[in-house]
Design a protein around this ligand. Structure first.
Ligand code: PSU
Ligand code: MN
Length: 309
Protein backbone atom coordinates (compact mmCIF):
# COMPACT_ATOMS: atom_id res chain seq x y z
CA UNK A 1 0.00 0.00 0.00
CA UNK A 2 3.03 2.30 -0.19
CA UNK A 3 3.81 3.69 -3.64
CA UNK A 4 7.52 4.27 -4.28
CA UNK A 5 8.45 6.44 -7.27
CA UNK A 6 10.58 4.84 -10.02
CA UNK A 7 13.53 7.18 -9.28
CA UNK A 8 13.57 6.28 -5.59
CA UNK A 9 13.06 2.59 -6.34
CA UNK A 10 16.01 2.61 -8.73
CA UNK A 11 18.25 4.38 -6.22
CA UNK A 12 17.35 1.95 -3.44
CA UNK A 13 17.91 -1.07 -5.70
CA UNK A 14 21.41 0.20 -6.51
CA UNK A 15 22.22 0.95 -2.87
CA UNK A 16 22.56 4.65 -3.71
CA UNK A 17 22.05 7.23 -0.93
CA UNK A 18 18.43 8.34 -0.50
CA UNK A 19 17.08 11.07 1.82
CA UNK A 20 13.44 11.15 2.91
CA UNK A 21 11.81 14.58 3.32
CA UNK A 22 8.56 15.27 5.15
CA UNK A 23 5.61 17.23 3.80
CA UNK A 24 3.74 18.61 6.83
CA UNK A 25 6.34 21.36 6.90
CA UNK A 26 5.03 22.28 3.41
CA UNK A 27 1.32 21.84 4.06
CA UNK A 28 1.10 23.17 7.63
CA UNK A 29 4.49 24.53 8.74
CA UNK A 30 5.33 27.34 6.32
CA UNK A 31 3.36 30.11 4.60
CA UNK A 32 2.62 30.14 0.85
CA UNK A 33 4.41 30.55 -1.53
CA UNK A 34 7.56 30.00 0.56
CA UNK A 35 6.45 26.42 1.23
CA UNK A 36 6.58 25.38 -2.44
CA UNK A 37 9.93 27.10 -3.00
CA UNK A 38 11.29 25.32 0.07
CA UNK A 39 9.98 21.91 -1.03
CA UNK A 40 11.75 22.27 -4.37
CA UNK A 41 14.86 23.74 -2.77
CA UNK A 42 15.27 20.84 -0.32
CA UNK A 43 15.12 18.32 -3.15
CA UNK A 44 17.73 20.35 -5.07
CA UNK A 45 20.01 20.53 -2.02
CA UNK A 46 19.87 16.76 -1.56
CA UNK A 47 20.66 16.20 -5.26
CA UNK A 48 23.56 18.68 -5.22
CA UNK A 49 24.98 16.76 -2.28
CA UNK A 50 24.91 13.54 -4.30
CA UNK A 51 21.81 11.78 -2.90
CA UNK A 52 18.31 11.08 -4.21
CA UNK A 53 15.46 13.01 -2.51
CA UNK A 54 12.24 11.22 -1.57
CA UNK A 55 9.59 13.66 -0.42
CA UNK A 56 6.87 11.65 1.30
CA UNK A 57 3.17 12.62 1.30
CA UNK A 58 -0.34 11.24 0.89
CA UNK A 59 -1.65 11.76 -2.67
CA UNK A 60 -5.27 10.93 -3.39
CA UNK A 61 -5.27 8.28 -0.70
CA UNK A 62 -1.88 6.79 -1.59
CA UNK A 63 1.07 6.92 0.80
CA UNK A 64 3.71 8.08 -1.68
CA UNK A 65 7.48 7.95 -1.34
CA UNK A 66 8.95 10.31 -3.94
CA UNK A 67 6.52 12.78 -5.49
CA UNK A 68 6.68 14.87 -8.68
CA UNK A 69 6.56 18.63 -9.00
CA UNK A 70 2.89 18.76 -9.86
CA UNK A 71 2.04 16.85 -6.68
CA UNK A 72 4.26 19.11 -4.61
CA UNK A 73 2.47 22.15 -6.03
CA UNK A 74 -0.91 20.64 -5.18
CA UNK A 75 0.16 19.99 -1.59
CA UNK A 76 1.62 23.47 -1.20
CA UNK A 77 -1.28 25.39 -2.74
CA UNK A 78 -4.41 23.63 -1.45
CA UNK A 79 -5.87 22.81 1.95
CA UNK A 80 -4.96 19.20 2.71
CA UNK A 81 -4.99 16.87 5.71
CA UNK A 82 -2.24 16.61 8.32
CA UNK A 83 -1.52 12.89 8.41
CA UNK A 84 -0.08 11.64 11.68
CA UNK A 85 -0.01 7.98 12.78
CA UNK A 86 -3.44 8.05 14.40
CA UNK A 87 -5.35 9.35 11.36
CA UNK A 88 -3.21 8.05 8.48
CA UNK A 89 -5.42 5.05 7.70
CA UNK A 90 -8.54 7.21 7.67
CA UNK A 91 -6.90 9.78 5.37
CA UNK A 92 -5.93 6.95 2.99
CA UNK A 93 -9.42 5.43 2.99
CA UNK A 94 -10.99 8.85 2.32
CA UNK A 95 -8.75 9.24 -0.74
CA UNK A 96 -7.43 12.59 0.46
CA UNK A 97 -4.18 14.47 -0.07
CA UNK A 98 -2.15 15.02 3.07
CA UNK A 99 1.13 16.24 4.48
CA UNK A 100 2.96 13.54 6.43
CA UNK A 101 4.35 14.51 9.84
CA UNK A 102 7.71 13.31 11.11
CA UNK A 103 5.94 10.23 12.49
CA UNK A 104 4.20 9.13 9.28
CA UNK A 105 7.19 10.09 7.14
CA UNK A 106 9.40 7.85 9.31
CA UNK A 107 6.88 5.05 9.04
CA UNK A 108 6.82 5.19 5.23
CA UNK A 109 10.56 5.79 4.81
CA UNK A 110 11.42 2.83 6.98
CA UNK A 111 9.11 0.48 5.07
CA UNK A 112 10.52 1.67 1.76
CA UNK A 113 14.06 0.91 2.99
CA UNK A 114 15.27 4.50 3.37
CA UNK A 115 17.78 5.00 6.20
CA UNK A 116 18.00 8.80 6.47
CA UNK A 117 15.39 11.52 6.89
CA UNK A 118 15.73 15.31 7.14
CA UNK A 119 13.31 17.65 8.87
CA UNK A 120 13.32 20.98 10.70
CA UNK A 121 12.21 20.47 14.27
CA UNK A 122 10.81 17.36 15.92
CA UNK A 123 7.41 17.11 17.49
CA UNK A 124 7.58 16.26 21.19
CA UNK A 125 6.16 17.21 24.57
CA UNK A 126 4.14 20.42 24.59
CA UNK A 127 4.14 22.67 27.63
CA UNK A 128 0.66 21.27 28.20
CA UNK A 129 2.25 17.90 29.01
CA UNK A 130 -0.88 15.96 27.97
CA UNK A 131 -0.05 16.79 24.35
CA UNK A 132 2.80 14.56 23.17
CA UNK A 133 3.61 14.12 19.47
CA UNK A 134 3.46 10.70 17.81
CA UNK A 135 6.85 11.68 16.37
CA UNK A 136 8.37 10.22 19.54
CA UNK A 137 6.56 6.91 19.01
CA UNK A 138 7.90 6.60 15.46
CA UNK A 139 11.44 7.60 16.42
CA UNK A 140 11.45 4.74 18.92
CA UNK A 141 10.50 2.07 16.42
CA UNK A 142 11.89 3.00 13.02
CA UNK A 143 15.55 2.34 12.30
CA UNK A 144 16.21 5.64 10.51
CA UNK A 145 18.57 8.56 11.16
CA UNK A 146 16.46 11.71 11.62
CA UNK A 147 18.47 14.87 10.99
CA UNK A 148 16.82 17.86 12.69
CA UNK A 149 17.60 20.96 14.73
CA UNK A 150 16.20 19.53 17.96
CA UNK A 151 12.59 19.65 19.13
CA UNK A 152 10.52 22.58 17.86
CA UNK A 153 11.13 25.58 20.10
CA UNK A 154 7.46 25.79 21.10
CA UNK A 155 7.90 22.50 23.00
CA UNK A 156 9.36 21.55 26.36
CA UNK A 157 12.82 20.53 25.13
CA UNK A 158 13.96 18.92 28.39
CA UNK A 159 10.78 16.85 28.72
CA UNK A 160 11.07 15.81 25.06
CA UNK A 161 14.63 14.59 25.59
CA UNK A 162 13.54 12.64 28.69
CA UNK A 163 10.83 10.90 26.64
CA UNK A 164 13.38 10.01 23.98
CA UNK A 165 15.58 8.52 26.69
CA UNK A 166 12.66 6.47 28.01
CA UNK A 167 11.90 5.26 24.50
CA UNK A 168 15.52 4.23 23.96
CA UNK A 169 16.26 6.71 21.20
CA UNK A 170 19.91 7.80 20.91
CA UNK A 171 20.23 11.55 20.42
CA UNK A 172 23.54 12.69 18.97
CA UNK A 173 24.75 16.27 18.74
CA UNK A 174 26.25 17.20 15.40
CA UNK A 175 29.61 18.75 16.32
CA UNK A 176 27.93 19.77 19.55
CA UNK A 177 27.51 18.61 23.14
CA UNK A 178 24.10 20.22 23.58
CA UNK A 179 20.62 19.69 22.22
CA UNK A 180 19.81 22.13 19.39
CA UNK A 181 16.94 24.52 20.13
CA UNK A 182 15.36 24.60 16.64
CA UNK A 183 15.19 28.37 15.97
CA UNK A 184 18.00 29.05 18.45
CA UNK A 185 21.28 27.15 18.04
CA UNK A 186 21.62 25.60 21.49
CA UNK A 187 19.70 24.70 24.56
CA UNK A 188 21.70 24.13 27.75
CA UNK A 189 20.65 20.46 27.74
CA UNK A 190 23.60 18.05 27.50
CA UNK A 191 23.44 15.13 25.07
CA UNK A 192 24.74 11.59 25.60
CA UNK A 193 26.51 11.37 22.22
CA UNK A 194 28.47 13.68 19.96
CA UNK A 195 29.29 13.02 16.30
CA UNK A 196 31.86 15.01 14.36
CA UNK A 197 31.64 13.33 10.98
CA UNK A 198 29.05 11.52 8.91
CA UNK A 199 30.90 8.22 9.20
CA UNK A 200 30.36 8.19 12.98
CA UNK A 201 26.63 8.64 12.46
CA UNK A 202 26.58 5.78 9.97
CA UNK A 203 28.45 3.55 12.44
CA UNK A 204 25.91 4.36 15.15
CA UNK A 205 23.01 3.31 12.93
CA UNK A 206 24.76 0.09 11.95
CA UNK A 207 25.52 -0.68 15.61
CA UNK A 208 21.87 -0.11 16.54
CA UNK A 209 20.85 -2.58 13.84
CA UNK A 210 23.58 -5.13 14.57
CA UNK A 211 22.52 -5.19 18.21
CA UNK A 212 18.84 -5.52 17.41
CA UNK A 213 17.98 -2.13 18.89
CA UNK A 214 14.79 -1.02 17.16
CA UNK A 215 15.12 2.75 17.46
CA UNK A 216 16.65 5.05 14.91
CA UNK A 217 18.92 7.97 15.78
CA UNK A 218 18.14 11.62 16.23
CA UNK A 219 20.97 13.75 14.86
CA UNK A 220 20.63 17.22 16.34
CA UNK A 221 22.27 19.91 14.17
CA UNK A 222 22.39 23.42 15.66
CA UNK A 223 21.57 26.15 13.13
CA UNK A 224 24.35 28.71 13.68
CA UNK A 225 22.35 31.65 12.28
CA UNK A 226 19.43 31.18 14.66
CA UNK A 227 17.77 33.64 17.04
CA UNK A 228 19.19 34.47 20.45
CA UNK A 229 17.48 32.49 23.22
CA UNK A 230 15.96 35.49 25.00
CA UNK A 231 14.24 36.83 21.86
CA UNK A 232 12.95 33.37 21.07
CA UNK A 233 11.63 32.85 24.59
CA UNK A 234 9.66 36.10 24.47
CA UNK A 235 8.21 35.26 21.06
CA UNK A 236 7.28 31.75 22.16
CA UNK A 237 5.60 32.83 25.39
CA UNK A 238 3.53 35.33 23.41
CA UNK A 239 2.59 32.73 20.78
CA UNK A 240 1.53 30.28 23.51
CA UNK A 241 -0.64 32.94 25.12
CA UNK A 242 -2.25 33.52 21.71
CA UNK A 243 -2.98 29.79 21.40
CA UNK A 244 -4.57 29.65 24.85
CA UNK A 245 -6.68 32.73 24.13
CA UNK A 246 -7.82 31.26 20.80
CA UNK A 247 -8.62 27.89 22.43
CA UNK A 248 -6.50 25.94 19.90
CA UNK A 249 -6.21 22.21 20.60
CA UNK A 250 -4.96 18.90 19.23
CA UNK A 251 -3.21 18.70 15.90
CA UNK A 252 -3.81 22.40 15.24
CA UNK A 253 -1.51 23.51 18.08
CA UNK A 254 1.85 23.13 16.31
CA UNK A 255 0.81 24.84 13.03
CA UNK A 256 -0.88 27.65 15.01
CA UNK A 257 2.20 28.33 17.13
CA UNK A 258 4.53 28.31 14.10
CA UNK A 259 2.24 30.77 12.31
CA UNK A 260 2.06 33.12 15.30
CA UNK A 261 5.86 33.02 15.71
CA UNK A 262 6.19 34.02 12.04
CA UNK A 263 3.69 36.87 12.38
CA UNK A 264 5.10 38.17 15.64
CA UNK A 265 8.69 38.12 14.32
CA UNK A 266 7.85 39.68 10.92
CA UNK A 267 8.97 36.54 9.16
CA UNK A 268 12.32 36.18 10.91
CA UNK A 269 11.40 32.74 12.32
CA UNK A 270 10.48 31.61 8.79
CA UNK A 271 13.90 32.65 7.45
CA UNK A 272 15.65 30.75 10.23
CA UNK A 273 13.39 27.74 9.64
CA UNK A 274 14.31 27.74 5.93
CA UNK A 275 18.04 27.95 6.68
CA UNK A 276 17.97 25.11 9.15
CA UNK A 277 15.87 22.89 6.90
CA UNK A 278 18.37 23.40 4.10
CA UNK A 279 21.35 22.70 6.32
CA UNK A 280 19.69 19.58 7.69
CA UNK A 281 18.92 18.29 4.18
CA UNK A 282 22.56 18.79 3.17
CA UNK A 283 23.84 16.98 6.25
CA UNK A 284 21.31 14.17 5.72
CA UNK A 285 22.67 13.63 2.21
CA UNK A 286 26.19 13.33 3.66
CA UNK A 287 25.01 10.82 6.25
CA UNK A 288 23.13 8.80 3.61
CA UNK A 289 26.29 8.71 1.50
CA UNK A 290 28.34 7.45 4.47
CA UNK A 291 25.73 4.76 5.27
CA UNK A 292 25.71 3.59 1.65
CA UNK A 293 29.52 3.40 1.59
CA UNK A 294 29.69 1.43 4.86
CA UNK A 295 26.97 -0.91 3.67
CA UNK A 296 28.93 -1.66 0.51
CA UNK A 297 32.11 -2.27 2.47
CA UNK A 298 30.32 -4.59 4.89
CA UNK A 299 28.65 -6.53 2.09
CA UNK A 300 32.13 -7.25 0.74
CA UNK A 301 33.52 -8.38 4.11
CA UNK A 302 30.60 -9.98 6.01
CA UNK A 303 31.21 -13.59 6.98
CA UNK A 304 28.37 -16.07 6.31
CA UNK A 305 27.32 -16.40 9.97
CA UNK A 306 26.82 -12.67 10.50
CA UNK A 307 23.38 -11.21 9.95
CA UNK A 308 23.56 -9.06 6.82
CA UNK A 309 21.99 -5.60 6.92
N1 PSU B 1 9.23 21.04 11.76
C1 PSU B 1 9.07 22.23 11.15
N2 PSU B 1 7.82 22.56 10.76
C2 PSU B 1 6.75 21.71 10.91
C3 PSU B 1 6.92 20.45 11.54
C4 PSU B 1 8.20 20.17 11.95
O1 PSU B 1 10.05 22.98 10.98
O2 PSU B 1 5.65 22.04 10.49
C5 PSU B 1 5.78 19.47 11.67
C6 PSU B 1 6.37 18.07 11.56
O3 PSU B 1 5.74 17.42 10.48
C7 PSU B 1 6.04 17.41 12.87
C8 PSU B 1 4.74 18.08 13.24
O4 PSU B 1 5.92 16.03 12.75
O5 PSU B 1 5.04 19.44 12.90
C9 PSU B 1 4.40 17.83 14.70
O6 PSU B 1 3.02 17.98 14.88
P1 PSU B 1 2.32 17.40 16.23
O7 PSU B 1 2.98 18.19 17.34
O8 PSU B 1 0.85 17.70 16.10
O9 PSU B 1 2.64 15.94 16.28
MN1 MN C 1 -0.27 17.04 19.47
Amino acid sequence: MIRVSPAVQAALAQGAPVVALESTVLTHGLPRPTNLELGRRLEAVVREAGAVPATIAVLAGELSVGIDDEAMRRLAETEVAKASLWNLAAVLIAGLDGGTTVSTTLHAASRAGIAVFATGGLGGVHVDAEDVSADLTALARESVVTVCSGPKSVLDAAATLERLETAGVPVAGWRSQHLAGFLTPHTDIALPIRCDDADEVASLLHMQRDTGLPAGIVLSRPEPDGLDPETLRELTDAARADATAAGVRGKDVTPFLLRRLAERSDGVTVSVNLRLLEGNARLAAEVATAIAAQRELRAATTSPNEVPL
